[in-house]
Design a protein around this ligand. Structure first.
Ligand SMILES: Cc1cc2nc3c(=O)[nH]c(=O)nc-3n(C[C@H](O)[C@H](O)[C@H](O)COP(=O)(O)OP(=O)(O)OC[C@H]3O[C@@H](n4cnc5c(N)ncnc54)[C@H](O)[C@@H]3O)c2cc1C
Length: 444
């Protein structure tokens, strides 16, 4: 049984599907999400389906693989069963379990900020962020006062790691190019984009030279950078911050969160059941062969585990998935297990703006177009199917030539929180039905 069809879980399932085994792959979503391109969905370049093939499609030809859409809640290590909910409750048995449930956004003990500062981990998150960004320009256009207009045209991104930098760069591009000239009472180009981080520089995990280049490029795009600065409170109208110049408040209706991650709650579930440790980010401590201590039949991989010197990136999850498939295969063949897992660092990259990137690959530090080209080739190569690769290259080419972005669908109701949206739709319907809205209603 494999829990999670992300980078780690999918790798295990695909490798083992060729063997004479029965695999149950459980995920709470029906797709494999290519998270590195999520920011392009969040900023209108790509459609959700282009980076999220259906898990069933990926295994349609493998009769030994069963895909189950359900959210896993509990694991019984003694009975060797997994409990999941999908409408009702399911209890599914396993011989070998691989848990690859990933991570979620961390609000450092302030989960209440999530409502006003959404993060970007899932497709739903990316759609929500896209709605927020595009709506902000619409609401700035009809704002009642200059202060209100400015608050709609101010975007704050908390966290200047790769995701925060990518989001800031894309919002800058969207406002300065894609949306330029589209409004009559505002200039979208005037949008203020603020990127803040508690660390002393942007892209803190990169080497100094690349950090400096990225900083300069972000400033060239007109992005305000505030380092050594932390969020102290977030609400629907802005964010309170604390930085080198003391406490401050930024009035902004759009605050996006890219500041930190914590392991899936399933890490704690496994830790509780087995007595294993979790670290401060909730990541599970596992043995060097990626098994749960005392449970050779349970593996845990990817973002939800803590391994020394192994970062929470797709490469690590993929390599761990490949390794676990190898261990299980050697058990099936009655061979001795391969040695402990070793991570091979293949480098890191981040996109700054549209076709500009920094890349640190095998000792080579690149910044600019060349780095972007390497990024593009690698990301395309890692997508799981050819059709999606072609669609994405076509979209990129179109956007590159025209600055246009296809995925910009929003509606008035989508601006409202769910409960308010339902109430608003109901009340408009009632008014129309009763004729209260007069001329408007009779004209419909
Ligand atoms: C916006 C963004 C950009 C990124 N960019 C890059 C990048 O450029 N390069 C890079 O190397 N890495 C990048 N990463 C990190 C990379 O995506 C992760 O390290 C990688 O996805 C980890 O793989 P995983 O298998 O551990 O988890 P995931 O790929 O997150 O998969 C976890 C799966 O488990 C499922 N799941 C979770 N809980 C449950 C449950 N209770 N029941 C059932 N299913 C469950 C989820 O739905 C998901 O499908 C990025 C991450 C994000 C969020």
């Amino acid at each position: 049984m494999v829990i999670g069809g992300g980078f780690g879980g999918l790798k295990v399932a695909r490798r083992l599907a060729r063997r004479d085994v029965d695999i149950t792959l459980i995920d709470r979503v029906n797709h494999h999400l290519f998270q590195p391109l999520l920011y392009q969905v969040g900023t209108g370049i790509l459609a959700g389906g282009q980076i999220a093939p259906a898990l069933r499609d990926l295994f349609v030809a493998r009769e030994n693989v069963r895909v189950v859409l359900a959210e896993v809640e509990a694991v019984d290590l003694e009975a060797r069963t997994v409990t999941a909910v999908a409408g009702g409750e399911l209890t599914l048995p396993y011989d070998i379990l691989v848990v690859a449930a990933g991570a979620r956004d961390s609000y450092f003990g302030h989960d209440e900020w999530e409502r006003d500062a959404p993060g970007m981990k899932s497709l739903d998150d990316a759609f929500r962020i896209r709605t927020r960004i595009l709506s902000a320009f619409e609401l700035a256009e009809t704002a009642a006062s200059p202060a209100e207009r400015d608050a709609w045209l101010t975007f704050v991104i908390v966290g200047a790691g790769p995701t925060g930098v990518e989001l800031a760069g894309q919002i800058a591009y969207l406002s300065r190019h894609t949306l330029a000239g589209h409004y009559r009472s505002i200039r979208s180009e005037a949008a203020r984009i603020i990127l803040l981080d508690g660390a002393p520089s942007v892209l803190p995990s990169f080497r100094e030279r690349l950090r400096g280049k990225a900083d300069a490029e972000l400033r060239r795009l007109g992005i305000e950078i505030r380092v050594k600065t932390t969020a102290t409170s977030v609400d629907a109208h802005g964010i309170d911050i604390d930085g080198p110049d003391g406490a401050d408040r930024i009035e902004a209706h759009t605050v996006l969160w890219a500041a930190g991650v914590e392991a899936s709650p399933l890490a704690r579930v496994l830790a509780h059941a087995s007595g294993a440790e979790v670290d401060r980010s909730g990541r599970l401590a596992i043995a060097p062969d990626l098994t749960l201590p005392g449970h050779p039949e349970v593996f845990a991989i990817g973002d939800m585990v803590a391994l020394e010197a192994v970062p929470g990136v797709a490469q690590a999850a993929l390599q761990e998935g490949g390794y676990v498939a190898k261990v299980i295969s050697s058990r099936l063949d009655g061979k001795s297990a391969p040695g402990p897992f070793h991570y091979r660092d293949k480098g890191s990259m981040a996109i700054v703006g549209r076709s500009w990137a920094v890349a640190d690959v095998r000792g080579l530090q690149l910044a600019g177009r060349r780095a972007w080209l390497i990024w593009a080739v690698i990301h395309i190569a890692f997508l799981v199917d050819w059709q999606k690769r072609l669609e994405i290259v076509r979209r990129w080419f179109w956007e590159f030539v025209t600055h246009d972005r296809h995925e910009r669908v929003i509606s008035y109701v989508s601006l409202l929180p769910d409960e308010l949206a339902r109430a608003e739709v109901e009340s408009v319907r009632r008014r129309l039905a009763s004729g209260e809205s007069g001329g408007e209603a009779s004209g419909q």
